[in-house]
Design a protein around this ligand. Structure first.
Ligand code: IPE
Ligand code: IPE
Ligand code: MG
Length: 245
């Protein structure tokens, strides 16, 4: 649940840090609008900020980070905006490979079969190339929806039952967990949503059953490591009981 912050280079940081942080990277459009720029400029700034926050999380020793980059509902957006976002993925996926020092495992959450083939290939290659890294796991939620994830897990479990590989009475929470996109990661401890919206928007709905939530009005492109420090300090003061006393 919580790890001891060994690499602490900031005196303000608490000693107890979350093991797994989820970021809902929201507010890019409003960031651009405030400056009279097209929404896509906000997405570019958001992508740059993603890089900064990944680096910072690595520096302070966070083990698992998940970023909500594109939801199953985001296809409703104008075609131009969707393709600009997809191009950023292309650029930033390659970039992540160059930018991150080794030892970071990349995992994609979501149904990537809906993405263009070249992008799918980049994603599969990146996952394969980093699968043995252990220092940090970086999860990117692309065409991700929590409900879609649970429906997908259900289909796979049903198939196992149908094939006689699984007894229906043996289906437990762990069984479901093992078929989620996040199967290799522990539950998320802290979900951070910038931009002032107070909702999950279908992000990690199963995994956040006992997560702590941190909301801020700051827009994602303006969400600095200092803002993350504030969230971490807040998190360290929460009394987590998991139903106990
Ligand atoms: C989040 O920023 C990025 C994606 C959903 C891809 P938004 O584009 O939702 O920004 P706002 O909410 O319109 O400001
Ligand atoms: C959630 O943000 C999805 C991502 C950040 C990728 P949205 O901007 O799509 O969420 P809603 O529509 O405000 O709930
Ligand atoms: Mg939004």
């Amino acid at each position: 649940m919580a790890i001891f912050n060994k690499k602490n280079n900031s005196e303000e940081l608490p000693t107890v840090l979350p093991n797994h942080i989820g970021f809902i990277m929201d507010g890019n459009g409003r960031w651009a609008k405030k400056r009279g720029l097209p929404r896509t400029f906000g997405h570019t700034e958001g992508a740059k900020n993603f890089r900064k926050i990944v680096r910072y999380c690595k520096d302070i020793g966070i083990k698992y980070i998940s970023f909500y980059a594109f939801s199953t509902e985001n296809w409703k957006r104008p075609k131009d905006e969707v393709s600009a976002i997809m191009n950023l993925f292309r650029e930033y996926i390659v970039d992540v490979r160059n930018y991150l020092s080794e030892n970071t495992k990349m995992v994609f959450l979501g149904d990537i079969s809906a993405l263009d083939e070249d992008l799918q290939k980049k994603i599969i290659d990146l996952e394969n190339d980093t699968k043995d890294y252990t220092e940090m796991t970086l999860m990117m939620a692309v065409n991700y929806g929590g409900r879609d994830e649970i429906a997908n897990a259900t289909r796979q479990i049903a198939q196992k039952v149908k094939d006689g590989e699984l007894d229906i009475n043996d289906i437990s929470e762990d069984t479901v967990n093992n078929f989620l996109y996040t199967r290799e990661a522990p539950d998320v401890d802290l979900i951070i949503r910038p931009s002032g919206e107070l909702r999950l928007s279908n992000f990690l709905i199963w995994q956040s059953a006992y997560a702590e939530f941190y909301f801020t009005d700051v827009l994602w492109p303006d969400f600095t490591p200092k803002e993350l420090d504030k969230a971490l300090i807040d998190f360290s003061k929460r009394g987590r009981r998991f139903g106990g006393v």
